[in-house]
Design a protein around this ligand. Structure first.
Ligand code: NAD
Ligand code: GLY
Length: 365
């Protein structure tokens, strides 16, 4: 009996609407769920960690759907989210005579999803693609909304495009093979949603973090659904980040600086976002918006998810250098996502770097 999604959501940005399927054992039903969203040929793109776990299952689904396909297996790691790896995708697409209507399928975490999405946005000026996210982070965040990118050595996700998938299939069962550190990293983005836009969800997370970290199926399904719903609503309103979508970058300006300074892959994206979210709360304290008690609540919830609540030490000059490359910088003014309170974000413009120095002071060498 094929598994049915527990939840189906629709993302409705101006470019095109598409479904998110969320549930247990959905890889077993991938042929039925995805067939209406596939073209006549497919390329499954994954990495050397995910391939031995799930590639064969996905290939079987495509066989069952009667779709001819080939696969591309890339090296695993944030440090490979670059031009060289992107070119490996293009080489293989060319060698296998992929056409403009070949559907690219991203089977993996956010690194694979972001890179395959960018390959799809640019190969022959645009081929369709489908997201099959296999990490918590990619199921709650990166697979939805069409942000695609690779890193530049001087800045994270600097080269990319907004390009929406045809469908997202989030099989919660695959999270069982996820290393504990990666589960925690995904939980940083889950906490982010509560902090930026839903105080009741934040409180629910405080009550349920132990069950979530133990991967209790109903709790996990509820959290993934809630985050996808929030993201679908935001992206449907603001596909290309002209306004409210920027809130989803809570913790990311500080976080990207940590990732760049420590070397991509050394601090996981979610770990850097966790420390960055605490810093964003500290920054909001400087503006009298939030209190030290709010910051402490956020730090405690992140720590319950076994995440760092403080950044590594490096100089203020390094912080400024990394953060000056942020995509939210406009006319040289740095823009941060701050908090009015837990459950409501804002966009904070910083013209006086001293405010940042005070925010970071306890962590400067
Ligand atoms: P990742 O893709 O590196 O995956 C983490 C690790 O888990 C990898 O080693 C991967 O091979 C492995 N893995 C994946 N699925 C597995 C499974 N089911 N079982 C066992 N191992 C598995 O990291 P991530 O946290 O998924 O994604 C981080 C990336 O996402 C960053 O590059 C970040 O910039 C990006 N991101 C993008 C958006 C967006 O909106 N596009 C949002 C948030 C993050
Ligand atoms: N992860 C931020 C966004 O999708 O906008």
């Amino acid at each position: 009996m094929p598994a049915r999604p527990l939840h189906t959501l629709t993302v409705q940005p101006p470019s095109h609407a598409y479904p998110i399927f969320i549930g247990q054992n959905l890889l077993d039903s991938a042929h039925e769920l995805l067939k209406p969203h596939l073209s006549k040929k497919a390329a499954v793109i994954t990495n050397e960690t995910v391939a031995p776990l799930y590639l064969e299952k996905f290939q079987t689904a495509l066989d069952q759907a009667g779709i001819p396909h080939f696969s591309i297996v890339l090296p695993d790691g944030e440090e490979y989210k670059n031009w060289q790896t992107l070119n490996l995708i293009f080489d293989s697409l060319m060698q296998n005579r992929a056409e403009r209507k070949t559907t690219l399928i991203a089977l993996g975490g956010g690194v694979i999803g972001d890179m395959v999405g960018f390959a799809a946005a640019t190969y022959q000026r645009g081929t369709p693609f489908i997201q099959v996210p296999t990490t918590l982070l990619s199921q709650v965040d990166s697979s939805v909304g069409g942000k695609t990118a690779i890193n530049h050595p001087l800045g994270k996700n600097m080269i990319g495009a907004f390009y929406q998938p045809q469908a997202v299939l989030a099989d919660l069962t695959v999270l069982q093979t996820l290393p504990a550190r990666e589960l925690s990293a995904g939980m940083a983005e889950v906490v982010k949603y509560g902090a930026l836009g839903d105080a009741a969800f934040f409180a629910w997370l405080e009550q349920n973090m132990t069950g979530l970290m133990a991967q209790q199926p109903e709790k996990l399904a509820q959290a993934v659904y809630h985050c996808c719903k929030m993201k679908a609503d935001i992206v449907s309103q603001d596909e290309t980040e002209q306004g409210i979508r920027a809130w989803l970058n809570l913790g990311h300006t500080f976080g990207h600086a940590i990732e760049a300074e420590m070397g991509y892959g050394n601090w996981l994206h979610g770990e850097a976002v966790a420390a960055g979210t605490v810093l964003a709360a500290r920054l909001s304290e400087q503006f009298g918006k939030t209190t030290a008690a709010d910051t402490q609540r956020i730090a405690a919830l992140l720590q319950a998810a076994r995440l760092p609540a403080a950044p590594p030490q490096f100089t203020f000059e390094k912080w400024l250098e990394h953060m000056s490359h942020d995509k939210k910088v406009e006319s040289s003014v740095m823009r941060f996502i701050g908090l009015n309170r837990i459950g409501e974000a804002n966009i904070t413009e910083i013209t006086d770097p001293e405010i940042l120095r005070r925010t970071l002071q306890p962590y400067l060498p």
